[in-house]
Design a protein around this ligand. Structure first.
Ligand code: AMP
Length: 186
């Protein structure tokens, strides 16, 4: 199973990606996690990424797409994968299309998690208090949401047009949401 998990910040992409990863026995690959790991470990990539992540801006497409390409070449992706947080703009969709074409491994579905603005803001405020992520400042949160609305949300139409979109309400009990996604994926 090869899946994208899409949706705005705070909708629960990481949580659902982890549950789907366990269910299907495939890795959940989060570009945000890869950047955070590299920032924490002061790698060259981390230094390059941090100036963007701290502000809630997108890391340049070439950097991000290269990381995804390298990660998809690992052995643990033979039975599939879940991409969480990638692609985020049209250029990344194009880069992913090309990678998958080269690998001969087409995408199965793009899962879109949906929630209204107030629920998301509330969750982000709570996450900021509990996790203390460096990029959970009010400015960075607002910036990420704006980028999501302008650049990422339109991609759902792209996947819908390809007949690959599965949209699920992201508000409610996490196990029930996961069960609903799995039921729709068949
Ligand atoms: P996330 O945990 O998915 O919210 O990602 C945290 C931060 O990592 C984002 O605000 C971006 O700065 C960066 N990032 C994650 N995924 C991408 C992506 N696909 N393209 C560009 N930047 C990304």
């Amino acid at each position: 199973m090869r899946l994208l998990i899409m949706g705005p910040q705070g909708v629960g992409k990481g949580t659902q990606a982890a549950l789907l990863s366990k269910h299907y026995g495939i890795p959940a690959i989060s570009t945000g996690d890869i950047f955070r790991y590299n920032i924490k470990n002061h790698t060259e990539l981390g230094k390059e990424a941090q100036s963007y992540t701290d502000k809630g801006e997108l890391v340049p497409d070439e950097v991000t797409s290269r990381i995804v390409k390298d990660r998809l070449a690992h052995n643990d992706t033979k039975n599939g994968w879940i991409l969480d947080g990638y692609p985020r703009n049209a250029a990344q969709v194009q880069a992913l299309d090309q990678m998958l074409e080269e690998l001969g491994t087409p995408l199965d579905h793009a899962v879109a998690l949906e929630a209204d603005h107030d629920v998301l803001m509330d969750r982000m405020r709570k996450r900021a208090e509990q996790e203390g992520r460096a990029d959970d400042t009010p400015e960075a949160i607002a910036k990420r949401l704006k980028i999501y609305e302008e650049q990422t949300a339109p991609l759902l139409e792209t996947y819908k047009g390809r007949g690959e979109l599965v949209a699920v309400n992201g508000v409610g009990d996490i196990d029930e949401i996961s069960a609903k996604i799995i039921a729709q994926l068949g």
